[in-house]
Design a protein around this ligand. Structure first.
Ligand code: FES
Length: 181
């Protein structure tokens, strides 16, 4: 097992004071570098999994840019998150191949199953829901993935099984089991 210090740290892993210490440590090399806002925010997200408001404030203070500019960068860049990421990312494909084969019905079913909209994290912190434009398994559309495990041919009523099968700690299964046609 890798040393604790090298593992990604999520907000719930550390108390608030620990979080603030992590933020200060990560941002230290960026002090005074006004043109390094994006790399600084990316470094925070790599470490914490998202950009907490405290980090955005610290970026503003330490780099000498306005808080509004930092908040704007966080909301503009799709790969930066202002909220904690769930333990597992559920990624529903809404690309063309999946769209024509019922991706939106599947997405609604996943939202209903998890009880959160796209961009939301379940209250237990297990799942974060997002959409993607292709999972590279168009022949098995509609598809979703749990983290990096794609599950194809998922009917809306099969969401429960698909999420279980996509979980890394369970046996991987790449097809939801719905017959073609
Ligand atoms: S469009 Fe959905 S997997 Fe390619």
């Amino acid at each position: 097992m890798s040393p604790r210090g090298l593992e990604p740290i999520t907000a719930k892993d550390v108390p608030e004071t620990g979080l603030e210490a992590q933020i200060r440590e990560v941002l230290k090399p960026f002090a005074g570098q006004r043109d390094q806002v994006i790399p600084a925010l990316q470094r925070i997200q790599e470490r914490l999994g998202y950009v907490p408001e405290a980090a955005a404030r610290e970026v503003s203070r330490l780099l000498g840019v306005s808080p509004n500019f930092v908040y704007g960068v966080v909301s503009f860049y799709g790969d930066l998150r202002a909220k904690p990421h769930g333990q597992h990312a559920v990624r529903v494909c809404t690309g063309p191949a999946c769209h024509v084969r019922g991706a939106l019905r599947l997405l609604r079913a996943v939202e209903g199953h998890l009880g959160v909209p796209v961009g939301g994290t379940t209250p237990d912190g297990q799942y974060f829901l997002e959409t993607v434009s292709c999972l590279g398994t168009c022949a098995n559309a509609p598809a979703l993935a749990v983290d990096t495990e794609p599950v194809g041919l998922v009917a809306p009523e099969q969401v429960d099984q698909a999420l279980a099968r996509g979980r890394p700690e369970t046996a991987p299964m790449h097809r939801g089991g719905r017959s073609e046609g």
